[in-house]
Unconditional design. Sequence first.
Length: 504
Amino acid sequence: MRPKLPLRKPRSRVKDGPAFVFVDTTSASDAKTIVRRHAARSGLICRQENITTLPDSRESIPAAKRAPGATSPAKNRHGMCKENTLRDASNLGSVPQPLSSRYEAFRLSYNFDITDLTSFTDVDLATNAYRLLQDEPNRLVSLLQKQYSSFLAYLPSRYGSSTCLDDAMHCVAARAGQVLGFQMPKSMPYILYGKALKSLQIAISDGAECTVSDIYCVTRLLVLYELIGPPDTTRLAHHHRGGIRLIELRGPDRYTSKFDWMLLKSQGPSIIIDEMYRKESSIFEAQEWQRVFQRASDLQSDSDCRLWWKYFGITGFLPGILKDLRNLLEDATHQSGYFVASSAILERAKVMHKALHNEHVFYQHAAPHPQSLFSLPVATESPDRIRLRVFFLYTIMYICRVLATLSPTEIERATSEVEAQMFASQALLIEEVATKLDPAMAWHLQQRNGLAHSIIEKKEEWFSDNELGMSRDKLKSFLAQRWLKWENSWRAGVLAEELGENEV
């Protein structure tokens, strides 16, 4: 049975002592290295005062519209470097510049390097991720040791170019430093957070500034601020939705640089989850976005990165399928056009199912011939490889449940349900193996495995022998109610924990 998540609003820990004991100084030498690196005495996470009076980071963002044309590289009145969206393809793989003396001073002021938070840039379910860190505090050591490619790697060379970006970097570094035990006034991260919000409002007061990469990056940093402490889900949702609005304003044509792509990679999957919860079709279904993902894939030299963009493009069609299916099934017994509508949704699901499997085959048969995403891990894997497992396994589970609901014959429905059960069981087995290999890898899998648990729990309700002897109309109603009961349970038990109180 999947364990219950904690209360959505984390209580103050000032009276209760440290939220984490991150590192035991008697542990292995790699843990001691982290202690020395971050002066990581056991940290007291000071729960900040109620900040509902602080400005909402979304309020000044105008309604979505077509992004304006490219701007000059000169700095604007807010100290923000405007960018030219027409980038040469060679720039897409450029390596971030060495650390500047200004960034070194910034890093020393909080005794923390913001680029060490790479693992936190790929989190979809913040409350669940944070709970898992509380359950196993020393796992943070493993997470901070990971140095993979992310948008954070580009921040040292951008430090000092934008007041808005600098303020956001300061509040994140201060909170991380405080969590790791660096001595500072307990209100400092809170004060810097308020300053970052005000800087963001000033920067986006002019609609043209909303298309600048650094402003979108600020929204990602404000999300990161919440992820590294007890997450306030309301503020987290505000920043997440603000980032989505900026993506809509910028439009797909703005995503031409490696930095832009890394920013989108950090939020894209969680946008799809948000759209699923809100019962909306994804913005990423649009052909303009699909072309961006295809171009991003084509320009990657790494096989995992290539498939990442392909799978992300395919997964973008899932929210629309689920939205249309729910609309159909909620009134399944009264719709005269049920057969036509269900056939159309079924065909879309089959296309998506086939695309996922086909790309997986191409992935394995092209150099360097990586292992199947279905196979058990044998070594530590990169975040891209882990995310590929998530894309493949979990999307297949969901699509198989769609097929098990809409397929016209009993054998087709049974076959799809068997595949869903097989993928769910394998996802949990992969998590079990990963726990022994790499705590950081296991953390990424565990925070998302609520779907696999929901597939396996009460699987008896999806056995085909439950359908025996039913008339056509009764069967249609039975299949509809079975789907709605399962998805409502999954949504209430997982998605609502993150998003249910935060209709923003």
